[in-house]
Design a protein. Structure first.
Length: 292
């Protein structure tokens, strides 16, 4: 294992927005950034839970409502924003849930995990001064590509197929966002991270909840890292030297100290990334705001 110490920067005077920060990886990411001095905005669907989480975070925090499964909520969040954002952490997500739809009619996992963050990022991008960090998963490699002819998986929906597609979309979004930022001459970095196998409540909120809850408890006890350790790749991607469109994760693939991670060939497909961007613009009505 690489034992080289990681120097964490002083983030005093910066603002970080963390989506889904009221539990799990998002909460641990918020704690870590707050300890470094950043003012952390918890962008959460349930403000009461968000305030309870914020009370346990050292440093300056704020709670704002954001429902990524509802584009009207995403727009309201962005329209109410003023001031710089040093770090935009696209952390929130749902995993392997039964078939469902967002408020705008999109397949629930693709709509929440990808389209909601796509719209949020582009609507806030003119405020971002540092990095956009988008959370993916090692399960992005479980699918061969985006089903552009059936992105809502009307044919052959399974909870994990939908999750894998949404996590692949997160990486393709990171890739195309970086290409556009570079073309526009922006210093902002678009990067991604994944936690490996981390013990959070995400796995137990999907299909077959009782069986999954029992399986998750066993797996979390025997194999998983804590949520705090699982958040380290996100903190690494947010604060360390990392290449444009870089992907951070545990060096041991599923656990271990953070470093650069492997991504599947499908997640490196620039043509697919551009096609996904165009589809996402059509679906959300939101476009890249910067000009070259």
């Amino acid at each position: 294992m690489n034992s080289t110490p990681v120097a964490l920067p002083d983030l005093t005077g910066t603002t970080a927005v963390v989506t889904g920060a009221n539990s799990g990886l998002g909460l641990e990411t918020a704690r870590a950034l707050a300890r470094l001095g950043s003012r952390v905005v918890l962008a959460v669907r349930d403000e009461d839970r968000g305030r309870a989480a914020a009370a346990d975070i050292p440093g300056e925090t704020e709670v704002r409502r954001l429902d990524l499964a509802d584009l009207s909520s995403v727009r309201a969040f962005a329209e109410a924003w003023s001031g710089d954002i040093h770090l935009l952490i696209n952390n929130a997500g749902i995993m392997a849930v039964p078939r469902g739809r967002t408020a705008d009619g999109f397949e629930l996992q693709f709509g929440t995990n990808h389209l909601g963050h796509f719209a949020l990022t582009n609507l806030l991008l003119e405020h971002v001064t540092g990095r956009v960090v988008t959370l993916s998963s090692g399960l992005h490699a479980s699918v061969r590509g985006i089903r552009f002819d059936d992105v809502d998986l009307e044919r052959g929906y399974t909870p994990y197929r939908a999750y894998g597609q949404s996590k692949l979309a997160n990486l393709l979004f990171t890739l195309e966002l970086q290409r556009r930022l570079t073309e526009a001459g922006s210093p902002v970095l678009s990067v991604a991270a994944h936690p490996g196998y981390a013990a959070t409540n995400l796995q137990s909120h999907g299909a077959g909840v009782l069986f999954r809850t029992l399986l998750t408890r066993v797996g979390n006890r025997l194999f998983a890292q804590s949520a705090a350790v699982g958040a380290l790749p996100t903190v690494y991607a947010a604060t360390q030297e990392i290449p444009p469109a870089g992907f951070a994760g545990p060096r041991g693939a599923m656990r271990g100290a953070p470093g650069l991670s492997w991504r599947s060939p499908a997640a490196r497909d620039g043509a697919a990334a551009r096609r996904l961007w165009e589809l996402s613009e059509e679906r959300t009505g939101v476009s890249f705001p910067l000009k070259a």
